[in-house]
Design a binder for this molecule. Sequence first.
Ligand code: GNR
Ligand code: NI
Length: 182
Amino acid sequence: MDNNNSDKNNELKIYTYPDNVLRAHAEPVRDIDDDLQNLIDNMIYTMYVAPGIGLAANQVGELKRLIVFDLYPRKEGRDPQVLINPEIISGEGKETFEEGCLSVIDFSAEVTRNAQVKVKGADRHGKPVDIEAEGLLAICLQHEIDHLNGILYIDRISGLKRALYKKKLKKKLKKKVSGLKL
Ligand code: GNR
Ligand code: NI
């Protein structure tokens, strides 16, 4: 990747289930260089375009421990957050929330996770950050950190609901294939 501004604000391809890249364990970020800054900018751009409240590097095919998020992606006064090498250091309580994922198309389901989590990591300049999260932030951080470990929210729902999604997806893919003009 060239290190110029034209590399910023590119919409990246979001990989979707059942792509293998979503099942891979992402590697820790070692170098905070210009390539990483470009990837961060492109991920933020891609998240807003999607639109989503968070995005993990696996979802755009980069196996790096890097997430971006913005719980309130309104147009005015956007405040995108970046976490490099995020780790959940503790979790407490339980909360159930209806989740969706940019990598799991046309589906949503209730997922139970910790209601509060403490997360540590680094900002885009490598400065250590500690976050005490609850509510939507806690859910979003757990969802994104799951991605870095190859886990999708559909892994955390009942087998019956997961089977329902797979069936729906199969049907949808068949329709797509039969509609192809070859
Ligand atoms: O945009 C997103 N919304 C969302 C809603 C409930 C729980 C988690 C999320 S994250 C999701 C974007 C995404 O797929 N991030 O990985
Ligand atoms: Ni997701």
